[in-house]
Design a protein. Structure first.
Length: 517
């Protein structure tokens, strides 16, 4: 029986029974399952993709925590623009305080060791200096290329090591874990309690009873084109890393009455579209160090490119303080006169000297069928057609369908700003500015890129999913990116902290409930 198009009711008999069912095996799902198990629950952990890790494993693996919870709360409140209740943010800040001990305990069980460093938050708002960061830097006998050959990109930044710590802890507890197993629909009783769900593995469907609770930790909707079209103004927005996050948890939660929040907000930047349709991910630009205004950019870091709209004019600070979070936002402009997005796609321009600086593309994916690495000298990408090359400004204009005079004026103005040491138009940090003047010139189309979404079902400080009237939907919880607390500005490593804090709370609370029969 196909349950996709039919609201699920309590079946006459269940195929399997567990105390807690966790949907999604990234950081949040793994932590939720560990906590529910350690509270005495019989746990089922399912993941619809053939490999675990979700988008978590693609991350930099740097988890934010805070020793000063009051200042952390003040920062979180300032960055959320009134979109997230104080009690939710305060609980999150308090949970962040305990992360070094908690992650340290998980690491010890796998013989891994964590590293802690001071790491101020991304925006100069009250409390920004209250934060530090945890990474897993030492892990004997772990080789990311062997353990996770299907993951590329930020593995060098410890995301895979952190996931291996969680995966090993799940395995050590003997938690029933099933891959290639999809959650189809939630099952509720006449009183609205979530009692279980239907799962699908291949062509077979099962009714699975959740005696105490069910936790949705299955990520956002960055890979669902229809949801992106409905909730975001700018179109299209390309996905950077993972095709498994298709909004399943959002739809299932909404089906049983969940309210939604933060659906407009996604963490993202700008990047290239790969010309091969069999490679489904965008390639973000190299991540340069974050900085704090007025010009906290490192003096030794140069950004070699500028970005122009379809008319050949510059319109943005290409190196915003946290470009990985808000780099896409200037591209959202819709022109009501031309009835078009004049900045999608934009043109990225750099010259021969900039080509030699570093690989400008940063490849990230969790996909056993994907295979692509960006070349260090950026020349392979010219051969592939991701980048183009032009020997003169006239040729550059022709390749990009731009007016040569407009393009030359944009380059002249930019180069003058560089010589003066001040971006008078968009306040790019002076230390990052380099002239674009030495042929051959290189160019590529640039699109908005989503790293991960923040929207989803509203949840309480206890991670309970709430309906549209702010009432808990009985026995249903959320963790991680699914309905993130971040509603206006993101904090690097913040979703990772949410996975641990929210996963711990959801797992413990679901396991503490009495069985419903």
């Amino acid at each position: 029986m196909n349950m996709k198009g039919k609201k699920s009711e309590i079946p006459s008999s269940w195929d399997e029974e567990f105390d807690i069912v966790v949907v999604g095996f990234g950081y949040a799902g793994g932590v939720s399952a560990i906590e529910a198990h350690d509270e005495g629950g019989k746990v089922l952990l399912i993941e619809k993709m053939p490999d675990p890790g979700g988008i978590s494993i693609c991350s930099g693996g740097s988890v934010r925590f805070a020793r000063d919870t009051e200042n952390a709360f003040q920062y979180l409140k300032a960055t959320n623009a009134g979109t997230t209740p104080d009690d939710v943010l305060r609980t999150f800040a308090e949970g962040m305080r305990d992360l070094p001990e908690y992650i340290g305990d998980l690491a010890k069980k796998t013989k891994a060791k964590l590293t802690i460093k001071k790491a101020p938050a991304n925006y100069p708002l009250p409390g920004y200096d209250a934060f530090e960061a945890i990474t897993i830097r030492e892990f004997p006998d772990f080789d990311a290329a062997v353990d996770y050959p299907h993951v590329s990109g930020l593995m060098r930044a410890d995301g895979t090591r952190l996931f291996k710590v969680i995966e090993n802890n799940v395995a050590q507890r003997g938690i029933d874990t099933r891959l290639s197993t999809e959650a189809a629909r939630l099952i509720t009783n006449p009183g609205g309690e979530v009692c279980g769900l239907t799962i699908r593995s291949g062509s077979r469907e099962k009714f699975v009873k959740a005696r105490r609770g069910l936790i949705l930790a299955c990520g956002g909707f960055e890979a669902d084109e229809e949801m992106k079209r409905q909730y975001w103004q700018e179109k299209p927005v390309l996905s950077a890393a993972f095709k498994g996050n298709t909004g399943d948890g959002i739809r299932m939660a909404a089906d049983v009455g969940a309210g939604l929040w933060h659906m407009w907000h996604y963490h993202g930047s700008y990047g290239f579209k790969h010309p091969d349709p069999s490679y489904p991910y965008a390639v973000r630009l190299k991540r340069l160090p974050d900085w704090l205004p007025p010009d906290g950019a490192r003096k030794d870091v140069k950004m070699g490119w500028i970005i122009l709209d379809k008319t050949g004019k510059r319109y943005m600070n290409e190196y915003a303080p946290y470009v990985q979070d808000t780099g896409h936002r200037p591209m959202q402009f819709y022109d009501p006169i031309t009835q078009s997005y004049p900045r999608i796609p934009s043109r990225l321009i750099f010259d021969e000297e900039a080509r030699k600086l570093y690989a400008i593309g940063s490849v990230t994916y969790n996909d056993r069928n994907a295979s692509f690495n960006w070349s260090q000298d950026n020349l392979k990408e010219v051969d592939l057609g991701i980048l183009g090359r032009a020997d003169s400004v006239a040729e550059l204009a022709a390749h990009n369908c731009l007016d040569e005079g407009v393009l030359q004026a944009s380059l002249d103005q930019w180069n003058a700003f560089c010589r003066k040491g001040e971006d008078e138009d968009f306040r790019r940090p002076p230390s990052s500015m380099v002239e674009v003047k030495t042929p051959p010139f290189y160019f590529g189309e640039i699109w908005p890129v989503v790293s991960n979404t923040q929207g989803g079902p509203i949840h309480s400080a206890n991670q309970e999913i709430l309906n549209s009237f702010g009432e808990p939907i009985p026995r249903l919880y959320a963790a991680g990116e699914l309905g993130s607390v971040f509603g206006h500005l993101y904090m690097s490593g913040g979703n990772l902290a949410e996975c641990f804090v929210g996963g711990r709370i959801a797992g413990r609370n679901a396991a503490s409930l009495p069985a419903w029969d």
